[in-house]
Design a protein around this ligand. Structure first.
Ligand code: PMP
Length: 408
């Protein structure tokens, strides 16, 4: 046991960790991109198809009712996990990207007009930039961008100055997928609310790693992806305050989201179904709930402490390497380390690490404006999950030292 974490037990629950990559044990440090899945989640997917598969909501038959019950129980699990007041405030989406597109479109339709402004930060993922850019183009609005200081922390004075009467929404990442910076989102929300401006928080890199309570944050919208929290791909969550979800129009039309349809007029379903057009991923939702239960059994506070210790250890060991440059040195960081070594191209480092069985990510990490603003060619990113260990960090550092010699 380390920091209340039974790491051997956890590792034994992830079948993929037994894979050999080029005949070497897998060291998987690409958790920021996606996480591996524990056996209980894999089993839940199979169980769904083997025992509970029928289209949900309208069926009178046994299987349909059971599948509906499982999907709606999953919604309740997510609502509790995020600290939402009501299960109706949880909308299942395909992931973070779809959730942000939904809000950018629907909120934009209802509340945004020519000349209005949207505030983002310089460290946003493309999925929290492009949907807003599309809205700005559609409505002739302007994007405003919060800059950061040399420690990769958002410039809060600049943020305060950007908030004005034209600001219609603020959309900020909770944790940067490149820099690891944990942003002061509670304070940012409170500053926006003082001007009655709603705030969306991109929680893709936060929810798997730190405790999140949407009511405590007072977030208006909060989004995340299942696949980054040990659940399958293709399922994610939009939390929205009931008052906002009621105030904005549907995003997509189709089955499920309607109350009555005629060729003259359609009326929409109640929350959350108004935003869930078509057959929902009811297998994905139940597998996501299983993953969330798994995380809660370990304890999100325990996970945060364990990953923090691991990240601190890895940072210290990385700094043993000459010409190491850690990109992102915020005081409060998540389980992500971006770095560069001398003038070695990140891609070369990533390629050679791969040959040694180590999976890291290289490039702009879907945050091109951030990487450009830093004048970098990209970075190498190691991002940790609950099954990673200090022993793996040691293997990584030894491999890096070998690779640097080869490339220098
Ligand atoms: N936001 C952040 C901060 C992310 O790290 C990611 C995934 N890398 C996304 C959004 C997009 O998530 P998805 O591709 O699952 O929709």
């Amino acid at each position: 046991m380390i920091d209340n974490i039974d790491i051997d037990k956890i590792r034994s629950e992830f079948p993929i960790l037994k894979e050999l990559i080029y005949k070497k044990p897998l060291v998987y440090f690409d958790n920021g991109a996606t996480t591996q899945k524990p056996q209980c989640v894999l089993d839940r997917i199979n169980y769904g198809y083997e025992h509970l598969n029928a289209n949900i909501h309208r069926g009178v038959h046994y299987l349909s009712q059971k599948a509906t019950e499982a999907h709606e129980n999953a919604r309740k699990t997510i609502a509790d996990f995020l600290g939402a007041e009501k299960r109706e405030e949880i909308v299942f989406t395909r992931g973070t990207t779809e959730a942000i597109n939904l809000v950018a479109f629907s909120y934009g339709e209802a509340f945004c007009h020519e000349g209005d402004e949207v505030i983002l930060s310089v460290m946003e993922h493309h999925s929290n930039i492009v949907p807003w850019q599309m809205l700005c183009e559609r409505k002739k609005m302007t994007l405003r961008v919060v800059p950061m200081n040399e420690n990769a922390e958002l410039d809060m004075d600049a943020y305060k100055n950007l908030l004005n009467d034209k600001t219609k929404i603020v959309s900020i990442t909770h944790v940067s997928n490149v820099l690891g910076t944990v942003n002061p989102v509670k304070e940012m929300i409170s500053l926006a609310h003082a001007r009655h401006i709603p705030v969306l928080i991109d929680g893709a890199q936060a929810v798997p790693h730190i405790a999140v309570n949407v009511q405590d944050l007072d977030a208006d919208f909060y989004v995340f992806s299942g696949h980054k929290i040990y659940a399958p791909t293709g399922i994610g969550v939009l939390y929205g305050k009931e008052k906002w979800l009621n105030a904005i129009p549907p995003y997509q039309g189709g089955g499920e989201m309607i109350a009555q349809v005629s060729f003259e007029k359609t009326t929409y379903n109640e929350l959350p179904y108004k935003f869930e057009a078509g057959t929902p991923d009811y297998i994905g939702s139940t597998a996501l709930a299983e993953a969330v239960n798994y995380v809660q059994q370990i304890g999100i506070e325990n996970i945060a402490a364990y990953e923090h210790a691991l990240t601190t250890y890895a940072t210290k060991r990385l700094l043993e390497i000459e010409q190491m440059r850690i990109v992102g040195t915020a005081a409060y960081k998540g389980a992500v380390i971006s770095f560069l070594i001398g003038s070695i191209h990140p891609y070369d480092l990533g390629m050679l690490l791969d040959k040694l069985g180590i999976a890291v990510r290289t490039g702009h990490h879907c945050a091109q404006p951030l990487i450009d603003s830093l004048g970098l060619p990209g970075t190498v990113r190691a991002s940790f999950g609950i099954y990673n260990t200090k022993a793996e960090v040691d293997i990584f550092i030894d491999a890096l030292k070998r690779v640097v010699i080869m490339l220098s």
